[in-house]
Design a protein around this ligand. Structure first.
Ligand code: GUN
Ligand code: ZN
Length: 449
């Protein structure tokens, strides 16, 4: 439930964010927020001087304890809201079988808007509770069902990019649309989302993947995205059988990327999930087109799709963010995606890959500023630059009931080292119980302090 928050707030204490992949910025200081936007930042000393001069007299001043700190809200670049009821189910089959047996039959149920409304309200609250202030969602094939997801995001105040899923190829579940009807429905969906005029929620054109969409549909979707200046999201090269099928059904194309490129889908507003098995040709095509990748390590291991060479993708100059990819992924939390990103890249390094594993600071970047860049939202969110919206988490490392115990005297005493170690502990062993407050555009959407 959204609680109205003070118009002017200033947070004082440890603040951690990233300025680039290899640059963690962490120190003791302050962030001043006015009407949801960051208006001023600086050191603790500067805060003391300004406070004495009366600068913050009409602000609510929140002084963090020594064991608390502020980080940017997490960004989930790829998840499937209708699949949440299936979390933890059916992960004993490879992608295409899993989709046919578990996923399409569940998603078909979202023709029932009451069912959709109930599930989506839980999904949005679950993600906010876990610190996901921005999510890029796949909905289902249904306009009205997916509009329920839009309503839940608006109601609970989550920043959300939401797509009505497009599919026109026949499947056993009978879960697809006629091409003309599909293109009309996508426009209807976009217009209805835009009619909300909500600053946090935007529509995304969402061809499911080249297995479910033919060229005629993808051509049409690319022109709709262009007409409304929308983002496009889809899946690419997740699983070897999927790639084989896509190349068989598109004999003129030599790579999966070419199939999307032929339809004009690849551009700087396009987010592709997975990219586990990209060829060298695709590793140069995607950055040329400005496409970003949502790295979904949990799903890639659960569905045995493969170990995604995320360092290689980053080194190819592709913008990368993290995705939970529920319910191929078994965990809705970006903290889990951070840990699995480190684990998967560490597995590759241990197997002898020349690409070194990502460390926790780099994975933290991908979960915040990297994700914001991947979604083209970095001018608004991702870190605490003045002028950006204040999307943030107040972390309490030793909160009641969490997994982190306090061993008095064990951590360094200098403030800077202490701060880095606190953040590291949270990244490795924290959970939603340590996420004490969540702010989206300056408004508090969770508070367990
Ligand atoms: N490829 C096409 N649809 C899906 C989906 O729902 N989940 C995953 N993991 N991959 C897909
Ligand atoms: Zn997916």
């Amino acid at each position: 439930v959204v609680t109205m928050t003070d118009k002017n707030i200033v947070f004082v204490g440890i603040i951690a964010s990233s300025s680039s992949l290899d640059q963690l910025v962490i120190s003791s200081g302050y962030i001043a927020v006015q009407d949801g936007k960051i208006t001023k930042t600086g050191s603790s000393k500067e805060f003391d001087t300004l406070e004495k001069a009366g600068e913050f007299s009409n602000y609510k001043v929140i002084k963090l304890s020594r064991d608390q700190f502020i980080i940017p809200g997490f960004v989930d670049c790829h998840t499937h809201a209708p699949q949440f009821p299936n979390i933890g189910l059916g992960l004993d089959r490879p992608l295409l079988e899993w989709l046919a047996k578990y996923t399409f039959p569940l998603e078909k149920k979202y023709s029932d808007t009451d069912f959709a409304a109930k599930v989506y309200d839980q999904v949005v609250q679950r993600l906010l509770k876990n610190g996901t202030t921005t999510a890029c969602y796949f909905g289902s094939l249904h306009v009205d069902g997916t509009l329920e997801l839009v309503k839940s995001a608006v109601k609970h105040r989550q920043r959300a990019l939401i797509g009505k899923v497009s599919m026109n190829k026949e499947n056993d579940a009978g879960y697809y649309n006629d091409t003309k009807k599909e293109l009309e429905e996508v426009e209807t969906f976009i217009k209805k989302v835009l009619a909300y005029q909500n600053e946090l929620v935007e529509p995304v054109v969402t061809p499911r993947f080249a297995v479910s969409c033919d060229k005629e549909l993808m051509d049409g979707l690319a022109s709709i995205a262009k007409k409304y200046n929308c983002r496009i999201q889809s899946h690419i090269s997740e699983n070897l059988s999927e790639i084989e099928y896509v190349l068989e059904t598109n004999p003129k194309c030599t790579t999966y990327g070419d199939v999307y490129d032929e339809s004009g889908i690849l551009n700087e507003k396009c987010i592709m999930a997975h990219a586990v098995h990209l060829t060298d040709k695709e590793l140069s095509l995607l950055p040329k087109k400005g496409v970003s990748v949502a790295h979904c390590p949990a799903s890639n291991t659960r569905l045995k799709s493969g170990l995604c060479p995320v360092r290689r993708i980053i080194n190819a100059n592709i913008t990368v963010g993290l995705g939970t990819d529920v319910s191929g992924g078994d965990n809705a939390s970006i903290l889990d995606a951070i840990r699995r990103t480190m684990d998967v890249s560490m597995c590759l390094e241990m197997q002898g890959s020349p690409d070194c594993a990502l460390n926790w600071k780099e994975a933290f970047y991908l979960a915040t500023l990297g994700g914001a860049k991947a979604l083209n939202l970095h001018h608004k969110i991702g870190n605490f630059e003045v002028g950006k919206d204040f999307d943030a988490l107040l972390i309490d490392v030793y909160s009641m009931g969490g997994q982190i115990d306090k061993y008095e005297g064990a951590l360094p005493t200098t403030t800077d080292e202490y701060a880095v170690e606190l953040l590291q502990k949270f990244i490795f062993v924290g959970d939603d119980r340590n996420i004490a407050q969540v702010y989206v555009k300056g408004e508090k959407v969770k508070d367990i302090l």
